[in-house]
Design a protein around this ligand. Sequence first.
Ligand code: SF4
Length: 478
Amino acid sequence: MCGIIGIIGREDISEELINGLTVIQHRGQDAAGIVTLNSRFRMKKGQGHVDKVFQNFDIEQFRGKCGLGHVRYATMGSTLEVDAQPIAVNYPYGLAMVHNGNVINFKEVRQRLYDENMRLLDTSNDVALILYTFAAQLEKKDLKHLHVDDIFDVVLDVQNLIKGAYSALTIIANKGFLAFTDPYGIRPLVMGRKLTDQGVVYAFASETVVFDYLGYEMVRDLQAGEAIFIDNEMNVHSKILKQEKQAFCVFEYIYFAREDSVFHHRLVASERVKMGKKLAKSFKEAHIDPDIIIDVPSSAYFFASGLAEEVKIPYRRGLAKNQFVGRSFITPTQKERENVVKQKLNPIKDIIKGRKVAVVDDSIVRGTTSRHIIHLLQEYGADKVYFISASPPIKFPCIYGIDMSVRKEMVASHYDDPQEIARVIGADAVVYQKLEDLQELYHDLPICDACFSGNYPTGITPDILKHIELEKINSDRN
Ligand code: SF4
């Protein structure tokens, strides 16, 4: 998971780009970067949070009417600066790109780029695979008389050649600005617009919170397999190219996105409340009797409040959170994750002591974070601790850019019975959302739920799966 932003207008957009990145910082904390176009591309990127990368930054050099921004969360590739985005090539025209997602046929794409185009990639970042493929296909066109249909043809070539999940933004120097998605629309991409004294400005981003913050009105989500091209006269061209049945990542609603973002007309906070209410079914079936329901702050608040309302058990804030520590799930290694949890959460003694506590979290992946939270609550005097997961058991790796790519690390891939998992993580009981209950909420929005069901929308071979797992193990060791 990464966060991307792109803006094209008639006046300088550089400050908006950086400010927008701070709003989607939750989507990646390993690296951040921008590129703007004036007489040439100006690029700045580095490791760490947006405020660190752009500290003492001379924005004057970066003034431009068009630009891209990225916050990186490393799933594949290293956390080195060379793998940060954006990236650019100077031919044809000058192209710059950012993307969010994961290419799954990277070996094949890398080989083709070498065999057919003599391009040897100097980065393990898969945005290079997309950009170089795009550039290679664009080179085949009549570059003196490039038409918008040529650009759409090139996107179709990319969609045919590259498998996986990708939402990508591209600047084609002196031609315009391009946004496109993979044929399944797995990763989010939204389009916004605003009017200024100079005319219309268009923005694209991973989440609508960017628009709220920067004063854009939401236009719409990009559809699966769609490309939108905005030419230098600010005319908008759009076309659905290669489209399969949509498979929007349901984990955006569960965890990744901010609660005030909206995808496909659904507010994330409301989706979480609905999931909390749905949880009531498994909760009742488990015959547990907590005195209070608490949440693991902050993404689980809406699940917990929805559940509490439905089962009529009081909700309490039972864990205090240090706001200045990052998200544990998106820190790269297990050791760092454990440290983050220790620094981040502290039980509120008077709420917990002597009570049977049902603690709600968005999910249980490895079980180590859950075990630590349960242990903390027990230390602070909880009589019983029931652990409630708003998502179904995570049993399969995500191959689409989320850091859940090693199956043997997933506690639910080892045990089918929640009571076994309760024993492993030290809880008195574990309750999971049922997959069919989650799916019921999305009968009218086709979702990807492969990490629960093993049904990968793009298909997958055991070879690729193994390779993705190995890459993940190696990057964890680095
Ligand atoms: S496998 Fe899970 S995390 Fe990955 S895209 Fe699908 S729903 Fe999202």
